[in-house]
Design a binder for this molecule. Structure first.
Ligand code: AMP
Length: 218
């Protein structure tokens, strides 16, 4: 991809593959907004909005929020000015129906997806990783008790809040999310492969090595 081209990127991969961490690095480096549907839903839940209440009924069980709710949310976000030079979609699309809706939304805006980054990792590694993942309930920063510890144990580096295990990272919800990824999201990989957009990245390397590979393909 040329340096001056729009960077309209989707990052995909199973839950806990490191999408959040790599996304932070991508948006900082390429100065594009990070559009994470999971983060948007969590913010709405925290604010107690109608959208938040609706989304939370699904999220707390590890289920996908219905497409009509999610697609509308993303469409509004992509129309904003800060998406003109590009954007990083994280957690969306998650189904073929969402991918098709995305294509229509982008066509209306005169845009196209330019790359789909696919982080690849096996289930056993993901289950190990999830047990040590923590997040900040206040600012959304993510940590790993083995590989990305906060400076002060149990406390968010950015805002000083106590970091926690996400409800949907508990083993029973995590398994539902992993199964959902396989049944609903894996077909998306084939969809984007068919369009020649998929760039596979080994997610089991260190954070910096994975990011190095991402920079090579962008
Ligand atoms: P994430 O942080 O991306 O793992 O998202 C957390 C939860 O938000 C998911 O388990 C879903 O319940 C919901 N969610 C996020 N993105 C989507 C999406 N594109 N479609 C449906 N539900 C979503």
């Amino acid at each position: 991809m040329a340096q001056n081209e729009e960077k309209n990127i989707i990052i995909m991969g199973p839950p806990a593959a490191g999408k959040g961490t790599q996304s932070e690095k991508i948006v900082e480096t390429y100065k594009i907004p990070h559009i994470s549907t999971g983060d948007m839903f969590r913010a709405a839940i925290k604010e107690g909005t109608k959208l938040g209440l609706e989304a939370n009924r699904y999220i707390e069980k590890g289920q996908l929020v219905p497409d009509e709710v999610t697609i509308g949310l993303v469409e509004e976000r992509l129309k904003k000015d800060d998406c003109k030079k590009g954007f990083l979609l994280d957690g969306f699309p998650r189904t073929i129906a969402q991918a098709e809706a995305l294509e229509k939304i982008l066509a209306k805006l005169g845009k196209k997806i330019t790359a789909v980054l696919l982080l690849v990792a096996d289930d056993k590694e993901l289950i190990d990783r999830i047990a040590s993942r923590r997040v900040c309930p206040s600012c959304g920063a993510s940590y790993n008790l083995k590989t990305k510890k906060p400076k002060v144990e149990g406390i968010c580096d950015h805002c000083g809040e106590k970091i926690i295990l996400r409800n949907d990272d508990r083993p029973e919800s995590f398994q539902v999310r992993l199964d959902d990824y396989k049944s609903k999201t894996m077909p998306l990989v084939e969809y984007y492969k068919g369009k020649g957009l998929v760039r596979e990245i080994d997610a089991l390397e260190s954070i910096d090595t994975v990011f190095g590979h991402i920079q090579e393909v962008l």
